[in-house]
Design a protein around this ligand. Structure first.
Ligand SMILES: *Cc1c(COP(=O)(O)O)cnc(C)c1O
Length: 353
């Protein structure tokens, strides 16, 4: 049976990418596995360079003073690495959920943090708007898509100070002017590849301004100086990320995938709004095109619905424990057809109930 993978992360990857990746595990270069060759060998250096170039190309940031790095430690390590490299006195953070909250907690280890706004008062079901960003802070940090709560920033502030964005769960999913950000980071496992690599895209001129000593592994300048090869990179994750970025480029890039992502989001949200058995979690204006969060209006249908979901081959629909209910994650590789299958199950439930 065909499986429809709505998992929030690690998540669905394109079938052809998985096929190529599995072949490279057996034979990547002259009978040697990708996993057993030197990361300093020409074939792998080419992979790393290609992955870095594709990331900048897809984001429209080539030749604009940015560098792309594939680092380890997940987006969670970026919470502290950003602070170590950029926080001298004080930074402003927008708190839109669990991940922003964790980023704030890590940065607080190094210096003072000011929450410019928070949506905690409503369990993060909306994105705060109309806040001020102090002009004398080191940087402003925000989370573009809140994977757990299913909210997404549709607009970004005109920040007077460098803007840092955690784009783990919606990078490469929609067109934005990416040059408004000075540093973007994203764990690979949501929209790019397997866990293990974290993409960091940084404008070089925001670095080197703090007075503290930075440990080498935590220093963006060290990684830039070594072309993202300061130590052994996560070769498999970088390779698969490269394949996914190539797949996206061949499809027509972010502009093309954004159209598909909008269709998928429209399909599920119109069902959530029209079907009286379901309720959306996020306020309408801030709904994420990547993670749709919803609950059953009445819990007595839980068992019936979940059995139907399972029988349809749908995987990974459980909501995060801090929200409950369901979460349909619709990353780039998920087809419109899969969303159609889920919507059919939801409307079938309405007919049965
Ligand atoms: C998943 C996620 C993270 C954490 O990523 P790790 O790679 O597991 O550290 C951080 N931020 C956002 C927005 C996420 O979705």
């Amino acid at each position: 049976m065909k499986r429809h993978n709505f998992s929030a992360g690690p998540c669905i990857l394109p079938g052809e990418v998985l096929q190529k990746a599995s072949e490279a595990v057996i034979n990547f270069d002259n009978g040697l596995s990708l996993l057993e060759i030197s990361h300093r060998s020409k074939p792998f250096v080419d992979v790393m360079e290609n992955a870095r170039a594709l990331a900048l190309e897809l984001l429209g940031l080539e030749g604009k003073g940015y560098k792309a790095l594939f680092l380890q430690g997940g987006a969670s390590t970026q919470f502290l690495m950003v602070a170590l490299n950029m926080l001298e006195k004080r930074a402003g953070y927008l708190n839109t959920g669990t991940w922003s909250d964790k980023a704030i907690k890590e940065a607080k280890i190094y210096d003072d943090i000011y929450e410019v706004a928070s949506s905690k008062d409503a369990n993060y079901n909306y994105i705060p708007k109309g806040y001020d960003i102090p002009t004398d802070y080191d940087y402003f940090h925000c989370t573009s898509n809140n994977t757990i709560f299913g909210t997404q920033m549709k607009e970004f502030p005109n920040s007077p100070i460098p803007m840092v964005c955690d784009m783990s769960s919606d990078i490469f999913s929609r067109q934005l002017d990416f040059s408004q950000f000075d540093l973007i980071y994203a764990g690979a496992q949501k929209n790019m590849g397997p866990a293990g690599a974290t993409l960091v895209v940084v404008k070089e001129d925001v670095l080197g301004k703090v007075s503290r000593k930075i440990p080498s592994m935590m220093d963006y300048k060290v990684h830039i100086g070594k072309s993202s090869m300061f130590n052994t990179p996560p070769v498999f994750s970088v390779y698969v990320s490269m394949l996914t970025l190539q797949w996206l480029k061949d499809l027509g890039g972010i502009a093309a995938i954004e159209k598909e992502n909008d269709k998928k989001a429209q399909l599920i949200y119109s069902e959530i709004d029209l079907n009286p058995l379901f309720k959306g979690f996020s306020t309408k204006a801030d709904r994420s095109t990547m993670n749709a969060t919803f609950t059953l209006a009445n819990d007595h249908l839980k068992e019936t619905f979940e059995t139907m979901v399972k029988e349809a081959g749908i995987n990974g629909l459980n909501g995060h424990r801090s929200v409950g209910g369901y979460r349909a994650s619709m990353y780039n590789a998920l087809s419109l057809e899969s969303v159609g299958i889920l919507v059919d199950v939801m409307s079938e439930l309405e007919r049965k109930a």
